[in-house]
Design a protein around this ligand. Structure first.
Ligand code: NAP
Ligand code: F7E
Length: 326
């Protein structure tokens, strides 16, 4: 019998890549989608996987525990990947209560649902480097032991989820892993996150479809990896024969938003300084300045290695947008 996996937020960037990855491994893949008045939007990233019923979808919302109980009861999955979230940091300042309900309490709804109807399922929790805030170890990295000090409502909600997962693991012996993932991107990344926003705009400027690119803080640095590499790390955690644990997943290399603009525009023979406009609208009330992760534990205990670099990832994203417009 094939293993069954349930992915919350299956139509997100990571959900779509994880579905492809698990299907290749022979899993029966189930996913939850959030109702949208435009039904195509609910499954836009996984349309290609719905043909032949490869992936099975159910409506569920992290804020509605009854919907989670219903689907977990129905599927009884061996593995649950909790990827659903209001995941945009800037938006979390505009919608802090909604973000906390979904990204924080939503996780508790899932854990309770699981504890009631499928306590032996293995659970992956999508924790985030945003939980560290501006804390950096003396050597310049963040790792599993770095104290958490979030600087956004999103980060605060993720810290709650991280802690409640640890609490359920310790209290009830549930098999729960926290993957503390640093930023990961792809052509499927929402275009309101900075990488895909920059790449899409640079291509449009190159093709004469756009004149300017409005951005916020260009000095912030991030450790950017590729989503395809990171969904493999999620799966590796749930296959571990060691006790359930918390793992940082990162490339260990960081770049500024300015570097990102420089590389992307240069590749298209453009100078970003001619097009980028600094716009207060994209600044955050409190900023997380620098992120660089040390994923030694994940690499040494579970054998993870990323295949993409910052440059090959951006090249793939640029290629995607060029193909789309040309
Ligand atoms: P994403 O593209 O924003 O996907 C999130 C998914 O969650 C979407 O399918 C979204 O549906 C769904 N969702 C939102 N609110 C929901 C609710 N109330 N109930 C059920 N589903 C809901 O995010 P991602 O980049 O794939 O990230 C996956 C997870 O990893 C998220 O939890 C994110 O916070 C976390 N994470 C991401 C990164 C990163 O760099 N990508 C790093 C660390 C952690 P709609 O599209 O219909 O709203
Ligand atoms: O911002 C700066 C911005 O929105 C990156 C989420 O997946 O990763 C993501 O959160 C940096 C920030 O990602 C613009 O101020 C400048 O310093 O792409 P982002 P994020 O906030 O790091 C973490 C790990 C998650 O868990 C989250 O779910 O870029 N920046 N100008 C801008 N950012 C945006 N979005 N738009 C701008 O115009």
């Amino acid at each position: 019998m094939n293993k069954k996996a349930l992915i919350t937020g299956i139509n997100g960037q990571d959900g779509s890549y994880l579905s492809e990855f698990l299907l290749k491994k022979g899993y029966e893949v189930w996913g939850t989608v959030k109702r949208n008045s435009v039904s195509e939007t609910q499954s836009s990233r996984i349309e290609h996987l719905l043909k032949d019923g490869k992936v099975k979808l159910e409506y569920a919302d992290l804020t509605d525990m009854s919907s989670l109980i219903r689907i977990i009861q129905k599927v009884k999955p061996e593995e649950i990947y909790n990827l659903a979230a209001q995941s945009h940091v800037r938006v979390s300042f505009d919608q802090p209560i909604y973000t906390t309900n979904v990204t924080g309490l939503g996780t508790l709804n899932l854990l309770e649902a699981c504890r009631m109807v499928s306590p032996n399922s293995k659970i992956y929790q999508a924790s985030s480097s945003e939980m560290f805030g501006n804390n950096i170890d003396d050597d310049g990295y963040q790792r599993e032991t770095t104290p958490m000090n979030p600087v956004s409502p999103y980060g605060c909600a993720k810290v709650f989820s991280y802690n409640i997962c640890r609490n359920y693991r310790n209290s009830y012996g549930m098999k729960i892993w926290n993957g503390i993932l640093f930023n990961h991107e792809s052509p499927r990344r929402g275009t309101n996150f900075v990488t895909n926003k920059v790449v899409k705009a640079a291509v449009r400027i190159k093709l004469g479809l756009q004149e300017k690119l409005h951005l916020g803080n260009l000095d912030a640095t991030r450790d950017w990896g590729h989503a395809k590499d990171y969904v493999e790390a999620m799966w590796l955690m749930l296959q571990s024969t060691l006790k359930p644990d918390d793992y940082v997943c990162a490339t260990g290399v960081s770049h500024s938003v300015k570097d990102l603009c420089d590389y992307t525009f240069n590749k298209l023979d453009l100078d970003f300084r001619d097009y980028v406009v600094i716009d207060e609208k994209h600044m955050r009330p409190e900023e997380l300045y620098d992120l660089k992760g040390d994923s030694t534990k994940l690499r040494s205990e579970l054998g993870w290695t990323p295949k993409y670099t910052f440059e090959t990832m951006l090249d793939e994203m640029t290629e995607y947008w060029l193909n789309k417009y040309e």
